[in-house]
Design a binder for this molecule. Structure first.
Ligand code: F6R
Length: 637
């Protein structure tokens, strides 16, 4: 039995089903939907589906479309009700859920148009109350929802029932939570473009569904999922109301489930298969819980905190404490490329060759310095041949006014040039025209995109120069999967993998550093990492590849858990300051980046906070106190 299919633990108040990947879970739910539709068809009856939008259910819809095309699944007997819509927002706006549903499902299946119900974001304020009542009544008229699909927001919302929503709420207009608005900025580009309100089915409306599946993928959802499943029922986490639904199941990929007690603290659940990693995690957990350094933990501390199993003999805590302390101690090194002429038995990286060839892959043109700027500076200082490879152009994350500023610069250059041909002026004219015609949230023209890409290229070049990486060692890969001009990217293609493989083949590195965001299934970082995995696979017959270590850093958003860290690079206050200056070279991302993500702080602030948090954790566990620590995990490929 694996941890994924263990029975429900005593902490889980909602049945869950865990999957290795979102794809498996999406196919599972698509099959359930198809089964219902076919059973009802056989009886000449309708099937009523409650549908959600957002990133989560996309693969469910893809699979339903495939079943329609390849397995004759007809939707003629299907009636649908969508959970919600932004308000106010026109249905033909690319960010509207009406547009989304047509684009990702309805346009590709044979559902009768009159059977589709998606709240309309253009109903007038005078009519909206009646409209919501009618929407609710219509669901009741058709006999209620058979299967309701839900996603979950980071606020714990289901539909747009934000914290504070009442158990008896019905379809209505609600105000969006600031966190939801910040998450929606991904689609709307600027926060001020996100509508402040939405129409949403209520908690009571959702409760009327006969079967509810809530889907969640990726680490970003892990915390709120565990609160909903294991926490108290509270209006502050509306999804927790589902603990009282008689027929609900949460379908999770393993990363969305990772904060559940079965993963975090399995020794508390009764299902615990001890291995070295879990012992380490348990000791760190105990030390944190009691606020005591590892070397001060006693037999009694273990026994009183459900960890008696780790103490088979009296005084065994001393031995265990030293073992785990040493493991942590051995992760710390000021020599990320290995310490020349030193005994490397207990060091994270080999001593030889003393001068290594290194490639630092950076998904966007700033992840390198944000996530491992201190390490990058040390690698260069310590004489390694360091290459930096920017995997994508990052062109969608530049504000229009910055593009305009650079177009103006080009025009002024032309005016100063006696031999001017008018070419630069034409570029400027085109940029002004394209940007003035651009509607809210629309994609940029080719010329604007290329200017935005060049802005980021210039910044990355400046940051590398500041870190003293040689100009010829800075590579801009411009991987094609990224170049859609929008937030939605293409899937990883052969071309992307080949571009990465060509560089690795050319450099034949001893070390590769890459953004290891394994747990965000659809993010750009994961696609960039998959390209590296694909490239390494294609090169596996090369003799030099056996000598290449792959070290993973985390992106701008999270850090590894302490028990996972295999190389910890300490930073002095001077190192931290130097790293900050390298991040400052990315001027288009300063103050307010286009995609701030879940955090309103600037990237340098987040990076410093993260590095100092890791350092404080090491300190609290009883290790040396540093100003900051950058953390890496070694990946066996
Ligand atoms: C969408 C909806 C929302 C989303 C939730 C998660 O119709 O009702 O509750 O399900 O915000 O969004 P994603 O899937 O984009 O993470």
């Amino acid at each position: 039995m694996t941890i994924l299919d263990q029975p429900q633990t005593k902490f889980e108040k909602i049945p869950i089903k865990l999957f290795d990947a979102p794809n498996d879970a999406s196919h599972h739910v698509a099959k359930k939907i198809a089964k219902l539709i076919r059973e009802r068809q056989a009886k000449g009856q309708k099937a009523v589906l409650g549908l959600a939008t957002g990133a989560t259910p996309l693969e469910v819809y893809e699979e339903l479309i495939r079943m329609h095309r390849e397995e004759d699944l007809s939707f003629q007997n299907v009636i649908t009700f969508n959970l919600d819509e932004y308000y106010p927002l026109a249905p033909d706006s690319p960010q509207s859920y009406n547009f989304y549903m047509d684009h990702y499902l309805f346009d590709h299946i044979d559902i009768p148009k009159e059977n589709i119900n998606v709240p309309l974001g253009t109903v007038s304020s005078e009519e909206i109350s009646q409209y919501c009542e009618d929407y609710e009544a219509k669901i009741d008229e058709v006999g209620g929802i058979d299967i309701q699909l839900l996603g979950i927001g980071r606020t714990g919302h289901i539909g747009f029932n934000e914290p504070g929503s009442h158990l008896h709420s019905q379809t209505r207009v609600v105000k969006l939570d600031p966190l939801t608005i910040s998450d929606a900025t991904r689609e709307f580009i600027k926060e001020e473009y996100v509508p402040r309100m939405a129409i949403t089915m209520g908690i009571k409306s959702i409760f009327k569904a006969r079967k509810v599946y809530l889907l969640a993928w990726g680490e970003k959802k892990a915390k709120v999922v565990s609160q909903a499943v294991e926490g108290e029922i509270t209006g502050e986490i509306p999804a927790s109301y589902l603990q009282n639904h008689p027929n609900v199941k949460f379908l999770l990929d393993k990363w969305a489930g990772q904060h559940l007690s079965r993963f975090k603290t399995p020794w508390l659940t009764g299902f615990c298969e001890w291995d070295d990693f879990l012992r380490k995690r348990a000791v760190i957990w105990l030390s944190m819980k009691l606020g005591k350094p590892i070397l001060k933990l006693t037999d009694r501390d273990y026994k009183e905190n459900d960890l008696g199993e780790l103490i088979p003999l009296p005084n065994y805590s001393q031995q265990l404490n030293v073992e785990i302390f040493d493991q942590l101690q051995h992760t710390i090194t000021g020599w990320p490329g290995g310490k020349p002429d030193a005994d490397d038995t207990n060091r994270p990286e080999r001593a030889t060759p003393a001068k290594k060839r290194v490639i630092v892959f950076s998904p966007h043109p700033d992840d390198d310095v944000i996530s491992m700027g201190g390490t990058l500076l040390k690698l260069v200082e310590q004489g390694h041949d360091v290459h930096v490879a920017y995997q994508t152009s990052g062109n969608i994350a530049v504000f229009d006014d910055d593009a305009m500023r650079f177009a103006e610069f080009v025009k002024f250059l032309e005016l100063k040039d006696a031999k001017s041909t008018g070419h630069y002026e034409e570029i400027h004219r085109q940029v002004v025209e394209d940007l003035s015609k651009k509607k809210q949230g629309e994609k940029d023209s080719d010329i604007v995109r290329s200017i935005k890409g060049l802005i980021r290229r210039g910044e990355a070049t400046a940051a590398c120069r500041f870190c003293e990486v040689k100009d010829e060692n800075v590579h801009f890969l411009n991987m094609p999967f990224y170049e859609t001009g929008g937030v939605q990217k293409k899937g990883l293609g052969e071309d992307d993998i080949r571009i990465v493989a060509d560089l690795i083949q050319k450099v034949q590195p001893h070390q590769i550093f890459a953004a290891g965001d394994l747990r965000d299934p659809h993010g750009t970082h994961k696609v960039c990492l998959d390209a590296i995995f694909g490239a390494l696979k294609s090169l596996k017959s090369e003799s030099w590849i056996k000598d290449c270590n792959l070290w993973l850093y985390r992106g701008a958003w999270q850090e590894w858990d302490v028990e996972e860290i295999e190389m910890a690079i300490p930073l002095s206050p001077m190192d931290v300051m130097k790293k900050r200056k390298a991040i400052f070279k990315h001027q288009s991302q300063k103050d307010h980046p286009v995609f701030p993500g879940e955090d309103n702080r600037e990237f340098w602030q987040r990076a410093e906070e993260r590095n100092s948090t890791t350092a404080k954790l090491y300190d609290r566990l009883g290790l040396t106190e540093y100003e900051g620590i950058e953390a890496f995990v070694k990946y066996n490929y």
